[in-house]
Ligand binder design. Structure first.
Ligand code: M6R
Length: 608
């Protein structure tokens, strides 16, 4: 969601900025723009649609400039349009790009109008340019003006600024929205995402909330919110490890689906011993602290929330403790009652999701035993803000639809359940079984990949319908929810998941001869009940696509039974996710959607 890049260099920055935007395309956007601070003038180029369009315009202009800023916009305030695209300017002097939301934009707009400012776009972001311009008139100092301007902003922002007269300089500010500084040779950068510049440098400073930065080609100076110069830790981000090519695959999503055996291996490596989880895998002292955990509160969004819902049974079963689960966007608005010894757990691929971060910040003020994050991005805000953490080690996930993030989150959640159980000396046999199942997961996922041809025999029917129902029971209801989310977000088919027992309480009315009904029927204690629910679908002439195995076979007249590999109790939910990902991917391919960047969606949702 919105990508910012700024550069000050001894070489011309146009191509660097465009390449940076392209590397951030996966975050989701609808328009793009760039400002180049050329010797004689400021050149601003903006366009609706893909960065490649902006690139074409730029190539024709052949600009030479040694500093500039650029942006991909995901519309929040004002429709996607050239006028609303960033950078926004004030008096052809100050230009800014912004990621985040300014909540008090109406108030600022009124006050700026009263001061005689003309506002050209519908965005909240443009107001920042005018505020900086206004304060610069007072102090003649762009940094001071930016600092003053941000005191008026309520909400979240990462901002990069250039001033026409200050060639070779970029200013930046960060508050609750990701921004980092990249350190190059005779060049320095700011960016929302290390991926934007990881092909140029491996050295970064993460800015903290309230920080400001001034970059030139020779130097980077960081100030805290009091305006005092501060040192921020230098991080090394391995360029090779963050490589973002599709390789032999048509889409990033496809590549990410087929990477999962290795990713799960990376999640469990160094964390599981012979027959149990190792100590302190969530950080020093975590095993000791987990002795006191009496319940767990999960918050997350989207796919990450589905991971929590799936994992609940493990915590009840292996740790014998209750689990509460909330949408991150809802949690802090309901005055949650926090009982003693509750562990707060956030789950996030990006570690930058605004709702989850806000919930985490809220939780910090409550009497939780501690905060754990399960996250894929080690440099993320969430990882930094937590007491304990585990990285899922899935590698960069570029496809907007989460695949490997989900299955590695499940593996990490099982590791968390094992850690708490071990600290409390409970259910050793179950832990041993779970550890063994985890180890066998990569091989079982490879088995599940072999179902692709069979899955492709049902994709035509699913892709020609605009609706689909997904059914499961127990943990498999959450897996069904994840399957339905995958299908809807990349193929735009309306797909809903229900616990199979709920069917007769309403959704059965939707079942007719056309709607495809996808069901998950692993051999577990609920399978008999599930099979009875599926009879209800058959009796109404419904088309059933059932993923199950020997003990769950059901005679299907319309539809298909797809035989899954025989799984263990603890890895089956992970393995049953795979055919649903393949199904969604293949259906979206048939429908010809832009499935790595589906319409209206962003990879990293950095606004509330
Ligand atoms: O980065 P996060 O895991 O916090 O993201 C949360 C959701 O936005 C994300 O899982 C979203 O639902 C996925 N695109 C779904 O595939």
């Amino acid at each position: 969601m919105c990508g910012i890049i700024g550069a000050a260099s001894s070489r011309s920055v146009g191509k660097i900025l465009i390449k940076g935007l392209q590397l951030m395309e996966y975050r989701g956007y609808d328009s793009a723009g760039v400002v180049l601070n050329k010797d004689e003038e400021i050149l601003r180029l903006r366009s609706l649609g893909k960065v490649s369009k902006l690139e074409e315009i730029m190539i024709s202009e052949k600009p030479k400039a040694f500093s500039g800023i650029a942006h991909t916009r995901w519309a929040t305030h004002g429709a996607p349009s050239e006028e609303n695209a960033h950078p926004h300017g004030s008096h052809d002097d100050i230009y800014i790009v912004h990621n985040g939301i300014i909540e008090n934009h109406e108030e600022i707009r009124c006050s700026l109008r009263n001061k005689g400012y003309e506002i050209a776009s519908e965005t909240d972001s443009e107001l920042i340019a005018h505020l900086v311009h206004f304060y610069k008139k007072e102090s003649q100092d762009t940094l001071q003006a930016l600092m003053k301007a941000t005191t008026e902003l309520n909400g979240a922002y990462s901002i990069a600024v250039v001033c026409k007269e200050e060639k070779g300089k970029v200013y930046a500010a960060r508050q609750k929205s990701p921004l980092l500084v990249g350190l190059g040779i005779e060049e320095n950068f700011v960016a929302s995402d290390p991926l934007a510049i990881v092909n140029i440098t491996e050295k970064f400073h993460m800015l903290e909330d309230g920080d400001f930065a001034v970059i030139t080609k020779e130097d980077v100076v960081i100030y805290d919110q009091e305006g005092i110069i501060v040192e921020r830790e230098e991080l090394k981000i391995d360029g090779a490890a963050t490589a973002t090519t599709k390789g032999e695959y048509k889409h990033f999503m496809e590549k990410e689906i087929y990477e999962q055996p290795d990713c799960i291996g990376n999640t469990i490596n160094g964390r599981l011993g012979e027959s149990d989880v190792l100590d302190n895998v969530f950080g020093l002292g975590s095993s000791n602290s987990f002795k006191d955990v009496k319940r767990v509160q999960f918050v997350a969004c989207g796919t990450s929330l589905h991971a929590a819902k799936t994992a609940r049974k493990w915590f009840e079963d292996i740790c014998e403790i209750p689990c509460y689960i909330d949408f991150a966007s809802e949690y802090r608005y309901r005055n949650p009652i926090v009982e003693d010894n509750t562990l707060f757990v956030t789950i996030s691929q990006s570690g930058e999701t605004a709702d989850t971060l806000a919930a985490l910040n809220y939780a910090k003020e409550e009497k939780y035993l501690g905060i754990v994050s399960i996250c894929n991005v080690p440099t993320s805000t969430m990882a930094r803000e937590s007491d304990w953490k585990i990285f899922t080690n899935a590698g960069p996930e570029i496809g907007v639809a989460s695949t490997k993030a989900f299955t590695t989150q499940l593996a990490a959640l099982l590791i968390l359940a094992l850690s708490i159980s071990k600290s409390q000396d409970k259910n050793q046999e179950k832990r041993k079984q779970a550890a063994q199942d985890l180890r066998e997961t990569p091989a079982l996922i490879r088995e599940a990949f072999k179902l692709k041809d069979e899955i492709n025999t049902i994709t035509n029917n699913i892709s020609s319908n605009d609706n689909a129902l997904f059914l499961g029971r127990g943990m498999y209801f959450s897996i069904a929810q994840e399957g339905a989310l995958k299908l809807k977000e990349i193929s735009y088919i309306h797909a809903e998941a229900y616990p199979a027992g709920e069917l007769k309480h309403g959704p059965l009315a939707l079942v007719d001869e056309t709607i495809p009904v996808v069901a998950l029927a692993p051999e577990d204690s609920l399978v008999e009940k599930l099979l009875s629910n599926l009879e209800e679908v058959k009796a109404r002439g419904g088309t059933l696509y059932v993923f199950g195995n020997a003990g769950s076979t059901i005679e299907i007249k319309k539809g298909k039974f797809i035989n899954m590999p025989k799984c263990g109790d603890y890895n089956a939910p992970i393995v049953y996710t795979i055919p649903l990902q393949i199904l969604a991917y293949e259906v979206a391919c048939l429908r010809g959607t832009d499935l790595d960047q589906p319409r209206n969606l962003a990879k990293s949702v950095t606004v509330e």
